[in-house]
Design a protein around this ligand. Sequence first.
Ligand SMILES: Nc1nc2c(c(=O)[nH]1)N[C@H]1C(S)=C(S)[C@@H](COP(=O)(O)O)O[C@H]1N2
Ligand SMILES: [Mo]
Length: 299
Amino acid sequence: MSYKSEYSAQDVTPKHLFLNRRQLMAGAAGLLAAPAFAGTSPYSTDEAPNSYEDITTYNNYYEFGYDKTDPAQYAEALTIDPWSVKVDGLVDKPGTYSLADLIADMPIEERIYRFRCVEAWSMIVPWQGFQLSALLQKLGVQAGAKYVVFETVVRPAEMRGQTGGMIQWPYREGLRLDEAMNPLAFMATGLYGKPLPKQSGAPIRLVVPWKYGFKSAKALVRISLVAEEPQTTWKMLAPNEYGFYANVNPQVDHPRWSQATERRVGGGLFAGRIDTQMFNGYGDQVASLYTGQDLTKDF
Ligand SMILES: Nc1nc2c(c(=O)[nH]1)N[C@H]1C(S)=C(S)[C@@H](COP(=O)(O)O)O[C@H]1N2
Ligand SMILES: [Mo]
């Protein structure tokens, strides 16, 4: 089944125009799901996206609790305007940027990606946003930078899960610089043509479609360019279960379950499991990043 984006530039529906107008009137916040989509990307899958309902009511976001329904129930408490992102480390233009300044000149497009959680469920998600590479180019990566680190906001008064639990906040993730520069690595600011919902990581999150979902950190407030492989949340918690690379790999099982197959969320009670693909099906674009690496060790 194939899906034609409602939001492509070639197909300007009244709904699209309405969204533009409303978003423009809403000011900076509205620009986050910016109006000028370049059309469906060659990087998008033509599989049918999950419903908005599926995508925004079945979430992992431990800052709001451990249950899949906690984020939809509690994320509304997070203040996302104003929002700023600190950029530091080995970068030409460090500083604390307002979100609007950070993304002002980024080319916004739609990417319909497969999304595969390490827990062996998956979805198809129509994101809007921009390539991480465009942002890194604008910030100016210095020689010596080898990794990009991402940190989520820490705000226990608004994030009820941050008042306890086993995670050492902030939630943090990282990519090797060549992974971050791959055209698939994406910064999402919108979903289904609307500003990103809070439970999905508003106002800005990472999306790395060939890696397990935990790499795709939400509600980013800090991006650092560093020389050494950074500490990352799930590896800190259980290094024998979750590695730094976390590439989707049906041949490397989690110590407690198989990664060979996955359950597509929203498939219904009687839908069968589907085979998990190497690199979540993005091998043509990313396999060369790992030439010479043993992915059973660098899992
Ligand atoms: N800050 C933060 N980012 C996070 C998480 C989290 O708990 N906190 N969970 C991760 C995990 S395990 C997954 S599977 C995805 C889920 O994204 P979704 O809820 O939009 O599907 O977010 C990732 N990003
Ligand atoms: Mo996950």
